[in-house]
Every structure is written in C-alpha cells, then in structure tokens.
Design a protein around this ligand. Structure first.
Ligand code: HEC
Ligand code: HEC
Length: 415
C-alpha cells in the first residue's frame, strides 16, 4: 500500500467509527407521538388512516417506539429504523441513498415516516400495502438490517426482560413476529405532522405565509401544473395530502440504463414474485430504476414512482427516489424543462413550463411553508443552506428548454 493510500485508509477507519457512534439516534422530544389535533389535519382523514382492526393503544405505541429505536433488531446490532429515519432530520437520514449494516449502500432515498400513515401503499414503488407489511422488509433486507428472518429479530430482543413484559401487556401474549411489526406500525400511525404556516393560511390566517408563498400556491395549481399529480383531484385545490396516491415516470434516472435488458433480468429474478424478492431488487440491485414495473411487471410502469406527499419536504432533502437532487430549486428546474426527453414512458403531464426565476422562487417559498411547527428552526437553516447552494449551482437549469415547445414523444425500444 502506498503511503497516501495508508493515510487514506486510516482516515476512512476513523470516519467509520465516528459514523457508527452517531448512527443510532435516541428517542428525543421529536420522537414523541403527535397530538391528534393539529391545524390543517381533518379529523376524518386521521380516522380513515387508522385501521379499525388495529386500534392504537398506549401500550402498543410505547412498545413500537422502543422497537423503532432498537439497533438489536438488526443482524449486528448496529442499525435501527431510526438510523435511516432520524427524528432530528424529520425521520429521514439526509443522504442521497441509505446505508445499512456493514456500510452497505442501497439504491434508494429514505422517505420520511411522518404522515406515512396516509399513504395508500408504502415505498417509492408501493410494493407494501400496509405499514405492518412494510416494517418487516428492512429488518430482513441484506442491505438494511440484515436479519435472516423476522423470527431472528424477535430472538435478538427476547433476552431483554422489559420487552417480554411489554409485548404481553400490549398484545396479551408472548412476543412474536406479527406483533413486532404491529407495534412498530402503531407507533408510526402517531407520527402525524401538519400544523405548518400553510395550514394556518388555509385555515383563514392570511398573514401566516408571505406573498411569495401565496403566489407559489397559485402557480402550483395553475401554470406550474404540480396539482396534476400532487393533489387527489385536478379540479379541486387540496391542502391535505399533496399527492394523487398514484405512480408516474417523471424522467428520473432511467436513461443511463439498458431498459430492455433490465426487463428481462427482472422477469427472470422475480419469477417467484415474492414481496421479498421485489424488495431485494429495489434496494440492492440496478433493477431498482425500473420502479413500479418491479411490482406490476407492466411496461407502462417502467421507472414510475409514487407521487410523494410534500409536507415537510424542505427538511427531507435530498430529493427523488434516488436522492439525485440536492435542492428544491433543482427539483423545480427538472420540472421546468420537462425533463426526460428521450424517456419513452415519461408521464404525459411532464412538459416545459416556462417558469421564470421569480416564479421558481415563489414555488420554493410555497413548498417551504409546508414545514410543520416542530421543524421550523431546522427549516430556516435548511432554506438558507439550499438557497446558498442554488446561488452557485443549478445543474438542472435549462432555460432554453423550459421556454421551448413541448418535444415530440419518444418511442419505446422493442422488448
Ligand atoms: C438502511 C436504512 C433503512 C432502515 C434501517 C430502515 N429504513 Fe425505512 N426506508 C428506507 C428507504 C431507503 C426507504 C425507501 C425504499 C423504497 O421505497 O424502495 C424506506 C421506506 C420506508 C417507509 C415507506 C415510506 C413511504 O413514504 O413510502 C416506511 C414507513 C419505513 N421505511 C419505515 C421503516 C421502519 C419501521 C424501519 C425499521 C423496521 C425502517 N424503515 C428501517 C431506509 C431504511
Ligand atoms: C406527472 C406527475 C407529477 C407532476 C406534474 C409533478 N410531480 Fe412532483 N413528483 C411526482 C413523482 C412521481 C415524484 C417522485 C419521482 C421519483 O422520485 O422518481 C415526485 C417528486 C417530487 C418532489 C420530491 C419529493 C421527495 O420527497 O423527494 C418534489 C419536491 C416535487 N415532486 C414537487 C413538485 C412540484 C413543485 C411540481 C410542479 C412544478 C411537481 N412536483 C409536479 C409526480 C409529479
């Protein structure tokens, strides 16, 4: 080894140990279950998001919270759910893609768990139907928590007395894998985060957001066409969900890949069609770029991903399923040029928007106004950070295309 390489590897080792020590956040005030009454949160929306056969009880929630922060659920005791969903970072990890046990990098960006109870399906490709089904997958994914089975995770905590008591008091029986994910899901259903300046504005306080954010909200529903996907219906303004609960290809990351080859590999590797095999492909392989295709095996779903809700989006950078965009300015630059020119599966609603610089700033101001009260200080720091970055770097900006005509559609390759 050369001397420089030796120094570099010592530096890497030091960085790795500091990294390991900081990887398991403690449950702090931001990890507390949130109140059911928040500005902007319609009581019927909350009611509809809690399954009738999985009532929330204080015992289940308390147990689920402990489990969410429990690194012993992972194969080597180093990674908890909170490693990648850190309350201090609005339940994300702030990285482009997440890193599991043994420093294994996955293919996807960690979405926030805040308000995940409102999702119609979980994950960027919707492969899990419920929070319970979702919670089992990272525990056994080799790139995440790395357990051979869910039972192994239960065994990993079986020796800890308080858990045995808490399972019995929450579920009235000995600990088991189904109750493990039930408890975690119960805790996640308390992570409701509304109460943003925008919510106060929508509730009638005209001074809760500034004029730029108000103009941004209008643009969102008109010229910028965001409501085509980030609203349950195009005809009515939605101030609750900011998603259509559907999947779209918006031109992120597919072009660098041999799509026809990836389809064939996916057909072969996912022949058994188990949820676990889809999960492994999505997190741990290049097939990840196929998005919703991995779930439905329909060509039209190639590189389609779930429309995320936009609450707290300012504090959940970087953006998109692959964490490829650093700032909200980059995200809007992407939409403004109608990116994905040669992407045959690009959604019909992607097209050049001709947004001016001040209109882009207004949209960012609106998105920033969706930051919940708990993350206000973080949001202010983050907005300053992103603004400074955007002043020196706008890699996605392409003004000529943004103001140009809608390009012709590209033909899919032969399968
Ligand atoms: C190594 C990092 C990592 C760990 C550990 C981890 N997650 Fe995640 N989580 C992710 C990533 C990355 C995604 C997105 C993956 C995808 O969509 O394919 C995700 C997705 C989710 C989602 C879906 C959210 C949405 O909007 O679709 C939920 C809920 C979630 N995780 C909860 C958990 C729980 C509960 C645990 C612990 C049992 C956990 N995660 C452990 C990284 C992690
Ligand atoms: C054609 C449907 C569609 C339209 C139109 C659309 N979006 Fe999206 N949006 C999506 C989908 C799908 C994703 C996730 C894509 C991915 O990660 O590959 C997304 C992701 C985002 C993200 C990143 C969120 C995160 O957590 O990473 C932001 C921010 C966003 N959109 C804002 C906007 C804004 C602002 C507009 C209007 C200028 C807009 N979107 C228009 C469908 C759409």
């Amino acid at each position: 080894m050369s001397r420089a390489a030796g120094i570099a590897s010592i530096a890497a080792l030091l960085a790795a140990s500091v990294f390991a020590a900081s990887r398991n956040p403690e449950p702090d005030a931001l990890a507390q279950p949130r109140p059911a009454k928040q500005v902007g949160l319609p009581p019927q929306a909350l009611h509809a998001a809690i399954p009738a056969d999985e009532p929330l009880t204080p015992e289940k929630i308390a147990l689920g919270k402990k489990l969410f922060f429990e690194p012993l659920l992972s194969a080597d005791g180093s990674v908890s759910c909170a490693t990648c969903h850190n309350p201090a970072l609005a339940f994300t990890d702030g990285r482009p893609v997440s890193i599991g046990i043994h420093g294994r990098a996955g293919q996807r960006n960690s979405p926030t768990v805040l308000n995940a109870l409102f999702n119609k399906a979980q994950f960027w490709d919707g492969r899990a139907a419920t929070l319970e089904e979702q919670a089992a997958l990272p525990i056994t994914n080799p790139s995440e928590m790395g357990q051979p089975t869910l039972d192994a995770a239960v065994e990993g905590i079986a020796a800890i007395r308080h858990y045995r008591h808490e399972f019995v008091s929450a579920f009235g029986r000995e600990m088991n894998d189904a109750d493990l994910v039930r408890a975690i899901a119960a805790y996640e259903r308390t992570l409701v985060s509304f109460d943003s300046p925008f919510d106060r504005f929508a509730a009638g306080d005209a001074r809760a957001i500034d004029d730029a954010a108000k103009r941004g909200w209008d643009l969102f529903n008109t010229k910028a066409r965001c409501n085509k996907c980030h609203a349950p219906s195009e005809s009515q303004r939605d101030s609750t969900y900011f998603t259509d609960f559907d999947y779209h290809n918006i031109g992120i990351g597919i072009l660098a890949h041999d799509v026809a080859g990836a389809w064939r590999t996916a057909e072969r590797e996912l022949a058994a069609g188990t949820l676990e095999s889809v999960d492994r492909a999505a997190i741990g392989s290049e097939l990840s770029v196929l998005g919703r295709f991995l779930v439905t095996r329909k060509e039209a779903d190639t590189a389609a991903f779930k429309t995320p809700g936009l609450r707290n989006v300012l504090v959940t950078a970087p953006y998109f399923h692959d964490g490829s965009q650093a700032t909200l300015w980059d995200v809007i630059d992407h939409y403004n040029k109608g990116d994905g020119l040669k992407d045959a599966w690009l959604d019909e609603d992607m097209q050049p928007l001709a947004l001016t610089e001040s209109e882009i700033d207004d949209l960012v101001a609106f998105l920033a106004s969706l930051t919940s009260a708990q993350y206000r200080a973080l949001g202010e720091r983050e907005l300053a950070r992103q603004r400074a970055l955007a002043q020196t770097s706008r890699p996605q900006r392409d003004t000529a295309r943004a103001f140009g005509p809608k390009p012709p559609r590209f033909k899919p390759p032969a399968p």
